[in-house]
Design a protein. Structure first.
Length: 110
């Protein structure tokens, strides 16, 4: 596989790309939706909710956390996960900027 050459892009562009990549799997979307529904949870709760094995869910949680879309805190022997509002705010602002620019255009392209 070729090099991604991420050093040629801004930190913001790399961060948005990482978040978008993390959202590129339906299981991760389902995890986010579940976390939104219950507000917080423990990893075992997610395993009961989705038709995936615990190690698979753990890997998806790791990707979402690395991307800054969720956060987790250790509570006893479990990790409690919740939505990282700052991460979602970055995504929201990014798409809001795109929408604003599209609305200002005359839509005469293509």
């Amino acid at each position: 596989m070729g090099l991604t050459k991420t050093e040629y892009f801004t930190d913001k562009q790399n961060a948005i790309a990482t978040m978008a990549k993390a959202l590129g799997h339906p299981a991760r979307i389902a995890i986010l939706e579940y976390l939104l529904k219950v507000d917080t949870c423990i990893c075992g709760d997610i395993v009961n909710e989705l038709p995936l094995a615990q190690p698979t869910i753990s890997q998806h949680l790791k990707e979402l956390k690395s991307a800054g879309l969720i956060k987790g805190s250790i509570e006893g022997t479990s990790i409690c996960y919740c939505i990282d509002e700052k991460g979602l705010e970055k995504m929201q602002n990014y798409f809001a900027t795109i929408s604003l620019k599209l609305n200002k255009k005359n839509n005469k392209c293509c």
